[in-house]
Design a protein around this ligand. Structure first.
Ligand code: MSP
Length: 655
């Protein structure tokens, strides 16, 4: 019999900045699902990748002084880039698409043309608002307090000739899809989509841009590039070989079984995506699951807020499996969750070190101590065994029920209920008491040990999708053979051979010293924040123009420093006595004491604006202002007084 196909995707990530723990969350969840499906025997295709076009990337590349392709290459392929992160996190994607890949670009051109020829794409003029960070178009009425309703950032005016997709034509069909099928989950997201976007009236969608060039060119109309979301969404099909020769998996795997996406991009996946597929007469994905966000201090993580959590730091400190486990054990997948280092450490200490780690190390060491590592085959059952055996025997079924609904947290809770019960079973049976009289109790003791090993075996099989490395090591330590490490065997209590031999190994989940780890993490975050700051930053130039006559009203003169003194009781102010060429000394106060020692400025030729109205500071009058250059280096403001050639006489006018 052919294995059941399962095609699962993550969103493809914008390589505009380094990925953070929020991105890692979605990819780890997708990986756990893909591994679970493989475990159950499905023929899985797991796709991830990067969404590399758009105005945001073009602008960032310009800022960095490189081409957009060089810019994205560095973030995708470079050290500690996207691919490196997935490797570190043990992500088992079968394919990685980059939307700059040639096969994808030419397929997008064909797709765009098909929808155009069908009459679903037409030319018009876009007048509205655009949010660059989200690459989203908005109408005035959709804005919240004049800002982007998704990310709350400033939007910009956009007016240009553009192509539009007839989204309105598909409104009824989409409403039916959302309301009358279980296409979109969790159900709460359906109401959000219908009430916020469909009921107010679906407008046609602008699907090309002319004001920048970093995108897939519309081949029949030079100057237009395909809107980045059209380019991005179809990745799920081009990566299978749709309208290209790179792959040949479209017929086998499409439609996707599930797209995992964050809640802010549910709109694109549950409205725009199915409408475009309908236009292309293509089957719709079976499900879109909109997961929640990982929040930090109650708010969304973002680089601009400087509050992103670096998965590299956490994985290197606590181990990849502990981090993967924490993400899926702690937060319900469909809702938002508050990330904190404290809860990460707590989960490691309670679930992994205390419950699972202890169960493993106690059991393996007791089998070693009491039986030299190999159990005798004889058994002696007791009423004390019944509850544990019944819980462990039904565990796979309860776990599967949760996994099939993407309820990772609940699936893990089921596993840990049994692990907790097994720890209690040790106390109830007190093996150390039984061991005092091996002749009388040896068979009973072997039975207790066997039951513990069985709980560990079934748990480890079911933990494999979450902690692949650790689960494998548990199975090795308890002496589980290949046949008793399978999905089938997880439903067969008693699969482990009667005379099993255990192998002592390292402590898999050492306890974390919370206070020490928190301090180190704070320090690392501080350093990372500093390192992420631009080396050098200057204020953006003003775009508002000033007319020449207004400019000429400012009187800039060369001045010579005759004396410079700190101002009493002020840490900031220096008092300058200046020769301004008029024959009368001029006094200017300047808040630059943290940058210069007064004595080093005496004799220097500076520039001052001399026709500002006088101003009193700390009881002293300042007549004008010294001109300085200001910039920021690694987040710290730097200031340099403008010093000019000493040949220039006092009073010389700057013009
Ligand atoms: N490029 C688009 C997706 C196109 S899919 C055809 C995009 N990229 S993204 O890099 O901005 O985001 C990728 C995914 O990461 C989204 O699903 C987003 O919700 C998720 N996350 C980003 N920050 C997150 C958290 N803090 N928490 C959870 N997921 C978050 O959108």
């Amino acid at each position: 019999m052919e294995n059941k196909k399962f095609y699962i995707t993550t969103p493809i990530y914008y390589p505009s900045d380094k990925l953070h723990i929020g991105h890692t969350y979605c990819t780890v969840a997708t990986d756990a699902m893909a591994r679970y499906k493989r475990l159950t025997g499905c023929d899985v295709l797991f796709l991830t990748g990067t969404d590399e076009h758009g105005q945001k990337i073009e602008d960032k590349a310009k800022e960095a002084g490189v081409t957009p392709k060089e810019f994205v290459d560095r973030i995708v392929e470079g050290p500690r880039g996207v691919k490196d992160l997935w490797k570190l996190m043990n992500i088992s994607n079968d394919r990685f698409i980059r939307t700059t890949d040639g096969y994808h670009v030419s397929a997008i051109q064909k797709i765009f043309k098909k929808m155009y020829e069908k009459g679903d794409i037409y030319k018009g003029r876009y007048v509205g608002k655009y949010c660059k960070p989200c690459e989203s178009f908005w109408t005035e009425s959709q804005l919240v307090d004049g800002k982007c309703p998704d990310c709350g950032r400033e939007v910009q005016n956009a007016e240009e000739e553009a192509y539009f997709f007839r989204l309105s034509k598909y409104a009824d069909k989409i409403q039916h899809l959302l309301e009358d099928t279980d296409f979109l989950e969790p159900r709460s997201r359906v109401n959000e989509m219908v009430n916020n976007f469909i009921k107010p009236g679906l407008e046609d969608l602008c699907v090309s841009r002319t004001s920048f060039t970093w995108g897939v060119p519309v081949d029949f109309d030079p100057g237009h590039v395909v809107y980045v979301w059209v380019d991005a969404l179809f990745n799920y099909t081009t990566a299978l070989g749709f309208l290209n020769d790179q792959y040949d998996d479209y017929d086998k795997y499409w439609p996707a079984d599930v797209h995992f996406v964050g809640k802010e991009i549910v709109r694109f996946h549950s409205i725009i995506w199915p409408a475009m597929l309908m236009s292309m007469d293509m089957p719709l994905p079976k499900k879109v699951f909109g997961h929640g966000w990982l929040l930090l201090d109650g708010g969304k993580m973002s680089k601009s807020k400087g509050n992103v959590v670096d998965p590299y730091i956490l994985a290197e400190k606590f181990g990849v499996d502990a981090l993967r486990f924490f993400l899926l054990r702690t937060f319900p997948f469909g809702s938002d969750g508050n990330f904190s280092n404290e809860s990460l450490i707590n989960t490691i200490n309670v679930d992994l070190a205390n419950d699972l780690g202890n169960l493993l190390s106690r059991t393996v060491s007791m089998v070693g101590k009491y039986f030299g590592g190999t159990l005798p085959e004889a058994r002696q059952a007791d009423a004390l065994d019944e509850e544990l055996i019944s819980l462990a025997s039904g565990l796979r079924g309860r776990y599967e029920e949760q996994m099939e609904h993407y309820a990772f947290q609940n699936a893990l809770a089921e596993v840990f209920k049994v692990i907790g019960r097994a720890n209690k079973y040790i106390d109830e049976n007190a093996p150390w008491v039984l061991a005092k009289d091996m002749e009388a109790n040896g068979t009973r003791l072997a039975t207790v040990m066997y039951n513990l090993l069985e709980v560990l075996r079934i748990s480890a099989v079911l933990l494999t999708p979450f902690m692949p490395g650790s689960a494998k090591e548990i199975l090795r330590q308890i002496g589980a053979c290949e046949a008793c490490s399978t999905w089938e065997s997880a439903a067969q209590y008693g699969s482990l051979r009667g005379d099993v031999t255990v192998v002592r190994g390292d402590n898999l989940f050492p306890r974390v010293d919370a206070a020490k780890a928190l301090e180190e993490l704070d320090k690392a975050a501080e350093e990372a924040k500093k390192a992420a700051l631009p080396d050098l930053e200057v204020e953006p130039q003003l775009t508002e123009q000033v007319d020449f006559n207004t400019f000429c009203k400012s009187d800039f003169r060369a001045v010579k420093v005759k004396d410079c003194q700190p101002v009493k009781k002020s840490n900031k102010l220096l008092r300058f006595t200046l020769d301004d060429g008029t024959g009368t000394d001029r006094q200017i106060l300047s808040g630059i004491a943290m940058y210069y020692k007064p004595e080093e400025l005496v004799g220097k030729t500076l520039v001052a604006i001399v026709n500002l109205p006088p101003r009193k500071m700390m009881g002293l009058e300042s007549n004008g202002m010294l001109i300085s250059a200001v910039h920021t280096e690694k987040g710290e403001e730097r200031l340099n007084l403008l010093m000019i050639d000493d040949k220039i006489p006092a009073g010389a006018k700057m013009c």
